[in-house]
Write a protein that binds this ligand. Structure first.
Ligand code: 5GP
Ligand code: ZN
Length: 134
């Protein structure tokens, strides 16, 4: 498969590893938006978590947790934003699931999750909840 992250897992492309176990690889992002920007990927190719089993997602999440601890221990940032871009509409450029660990520093000028999009839609939360009741 012509996937840059699969190539990194297969060691065809080098990386700066932050953490690795049998299920995940965490490495420094090549175009960091912050000091210590790290991406964590499952070793098996999935585009999004929706294709993963609960067990696969649990194992992946455990790796994200350890990678987060490593970045915290080594860089001690003021905080983090952690998450993933999912599918084209969500801004995903590399179609191999990757969680971004973005360290945040006091006064860095960045935003928070609320700055990603402002598109609340035409229904209130109470109206939408009707769909989730079934
Ligand atoms: P996306 O926009 O898909 O959520 O993020 C893809 C991320 O992967 C970007 O932050 C980009 O800098 C990073 N990236 C893309 N190619 C490489 C690569 O070859 N090596 C590393 N370390 N990061 C990469
Ligand atoms: Zn892949």
């Amino acid at each position: 498969m012509n996937c840059i992250f699969c190539k990194i897992i297969n060691k065809e492309v080098p990386n700066y590893t932050v953490y690795e176990d049998e299920n995940v690889l965490a490495f420094l992002d090549i175009f960091p938006v912050a000091k210590g920007h790290t991406v964590v990927i499952p070793k098996k190719h999935f585009e999004t978590p929706l294709e993963m089993s609960t067990e696969e997602f649990k194992n992946f999440s455990a790796g994200v947790h350890i990678a987060l601890q490593r970045v915290e221990t080594i860089l001690s940032p003021g905080g983090f934003n952690v998450g993933w871009n999912q599918k084209e509409a969500g801004g995903q450029a590399v179609p191999h699931l990757h969680v971004h660990i973005i360290p945040r520093y006091e006064g860095d000028g960045g935003g928070n999750m609320h700055s990603i999009v402002k598109n609340p839609g035409d229904k209130t939360p109470a109206e939408l909840f009707e769909l989730f009741k079934k």
